[in-house]
Design a protein. Structure first.
Length: 337
């Protein structure tokens, strides 16, 4: 530990009570000694049990078969989630819209996002109808274990559009140690050829094998492997699946209008795209809460605005930090056309 890390020690210790996950950013989380004593796996198992409790509290939000699907597979799959005319209306307005966006470059892939806040949704009535649809909200809330899911984006992923290494999202990984929610409502048909979302069914479960595997990785992790794993999103090899007793990954080759709501503590990746360039357009949502809070929060929708204002402030702070360094932030602003 250096002097700065010692001064910051109280903050690093407090961060244990949050979703902080970086083995290199936090010397307590990355401590080989503490992880030998079970720190990482203890946080993982506790977060798993707390999410199970929160989902239990919210079980009335969804149908029994949806609860079963999430428990069994780690995702809920809803083909033809929308009526054809609603889907067509969303597509038309999203393809035509001209909103401020942000772009992230990862390897040869560009991810483009428009945040669906109040202001933007006021110009996108069909999309707003989806975001306010109770059936949609309830599915997302249940998987997130939270009474509110404020963050939605229009997202376009284009692969093979710039010189660069392989898209890092195509490596099999778990986003973090804690159960959480991500959702994709696809506005393009997705085939094996344009980078389908790919998930290992059942891999979200904290089985004894997963715990043993995570224990071993947590001891080795502070700086030992790739930078994503070291920052707390473990990358997996296909051969690890046998050790974990898991089946082969399933690629979601789906038609437009399919909704997938998944717990990305499970193992997943973006499939390779054989089409060069390829493009995938979707309404994308995510929700990651404090993993150790046993309660699902408050249902008041006006709080969404506060969450989104904080999010925008955080992004502007990243912009200023990058400007000071003379670099670009990882999510670069893309102004209106
Ligand atoms: O876009 C995808 O198919 C998956 C990307 C991913 O790993 C994620 O969003 O966590
Ligand atoms: Fe991921």
């Amino acid at each position: 530990m250096n002097a700065r890390q010692i001064l910051m020690l109280p903050v690093h210790v407090l961060a244990l009570a949050t979703g902080a996950k970086s083995f290199v950013g936090n010397p307590v989380i990355g401590s080989t000694l503490l992880n030998r004593l079970g720190l990482h796996v203890a946080r993982m198992v506790l977060a798993d049990r707390i999410m199970a409790f929160r989902r239990l509290l919210l079980s009335a939000l969804v149908a029994p078969e949806d609860r079963q699907a999430l428990r069994r597979d780690g995702f809920i799959l809803k083909p033809d989630f929308l009526a054809p005319e609603d889907l067509a209306a969303i597509e038309a307005e999203v393809r035509a819209m001209n909103e401020p966006a942000r772009e992230c470059y990862q390897g040869d892939t560009v991810t483009w996002r428009v945040l669906l806040d109040e202001d933007t949704l006021s110009r996108l009535p069909a999309t707003r109808k989806l975001i306010e649809d109770r059936r949609y909200r309830h599915l997302l809330c249940y998987v997130a274990g939270r009474l509110r899911v404020p963050s939605h984006w229009v997202q376009r992923i284009r692969s093979g559009v710039r010189a660069g290494k392989r898209d890092p999202q195509t490596n099999l990984h778990a986003d973090t140690f804690q159960p959480n929610m991500k959702a994709w409502l696809f506005l393009d048909d997705v085939s094996e050829d344009n980078g389908p979302f790919t998930f290992v069914p059942g891999s979200h479960r904290m089985t004894w094998r997963r715990v043993k595997y995570a224990y071993r990785r947590s001891i080795a992790e502070a700086g030992a492997t790739d930078s994503y794993s070291a920052r707390g999103s473990f990358r997996f090899e296909e051969k690890d699946l046998a050790e974990l007793g898991l089946p082969a990954p399933r690629a979601f080759a789906v038609t437009r209008g399919t909704l997938v709501v998944a717990d990305t503590v499970g193992l997943h990746r973006r499939g390779d795209s054989r089409l060069r360039p390829s493009s995938r357009l979707e309404i994308w949502s995510m929700c990651r809460t404090n993993p150790f809070n046993p309660l699902p929060g408050l249902p008041f929708r006006f709080l969404d605005r506060i969450d989104l204002a904080l999010y925008r402030a955080f992004m502007s702070y990243q912009d200023r930090k990058a400007a000071k360094r003379g670099t670009k932030p990882s999510w670069r602003p893309v102004p209106r056309r």
